[in-house]
Write a protein that binds this ligand. Structure first.
Ligand SMILES: [Zn+2]
Length: 248
């Protein structure tokens, strides 16, 4: 069964002399690998397409028994030449890509998360003033788009605005952020602050353009990291170890 899909290239590798394999994120077929025969030579079929982080509309062909996918032709939608040439931006971009690949490995895609990745890479290509927290907030947004994670606006037990409550606390297993008075129960807890709850609520409710340049007070950075790391571990079963995301 053949299909056409706009895809993001995560990695490219070569095998045999002129053939390439391409690791791709797609909105409806998840993260997959496809082969581009003659890919390193064929300018006509893949002109300017086969570089990592590019957004490309590919025609896919499935082999007779359905075991393999082949790229027949590509049309470049958007490239990332600036990003690929700038280590300061490339590192955070690769971090987002590795996380995406770990979450969406397999045949099930997520159109919303694919759009988030595409928009994040586009912003990283166009701008050099983005937040150092962006890869971390990207992970938080994926958790929220997958339907996990609490609201950070008000304590669910008394309705108090968490931006003005003392020591708002994330109760990870319960999936709740409560004021200090109502943060009962066991399990992992992360104490937040006004800045952190406001930022995470913005990430939950708004698109990446609204929080991509969030500047973090030093005291809050650790809280954001601890909260997102706990949500990612608990809900998605992933942790960052030795330069990659591992199942925990
Ligand atoms: Zn409360």
């Amino acid at each position: 069964m053949d299909f056409t899909e706009t895809s993001l290239i995560l990695k490219v590798g070569s095998f045999r002399e002129i053939d390439l394999w391409v690791r791709l994120a797609t909105p409806t077929h998840g993260v997959l690998t496809a082969f581009a025969f003659g890919g390193s030579k064929s300018r006509r079929r893949f002109m300017g397409c086969l570089d990592p982080l590019n957004c490309v509309e590919f025609q896919f062909h499935r082999s007779g028994r359905g075991d393999y996918l082949y790229l027949m032709e590509g049309r470049l939608v958007r490239g990332c030449p600036g990003l690929r040439a700038d280590p300061a931006r490339l590192g955070p971009a690769v971090n987002c890509v590795k996380f995406y690949e770990a979450v969406f490995e397999g045949p099930d895609g997520s159109e919303e998360s694919f759009a988030l990745l595409a928009e994040t890479l586009e912003l990283m290509e166009d701008r050099t003033d983005l937040s150092a927290l962006l890869p971390l907030l990207f992970r938080a947004k994926v958790v929220f788009l997958q339907g996990y994670g609490p609201g950070f606006g008000a304590c669910p037990r008394c309705g108090k605005d968490l931006r003005t409550a003392a020591a708002p606390t994330l109760l990870v297993e319960q999936g709740v952020v409560a004021c200090a008075e109502h943060a009962h129960g066991s399990g992992r807890r992360v104490v937040l602050d006004a800045w952190t709850v406001e930022l995470l609520e913005t990430v939950r409710m708004r698109s990446v353009r609204r929080w991509a340049d969030a500047a973090a007070p030093a005291a809050s950075r650790r809280r954001v990291f601890d909260a997102v790391d706990a949500l990612v571990r608990y809900h998605l079963g992933l942790a960052w170890e030795d330069g990659r995301f591992r199942r925990v």
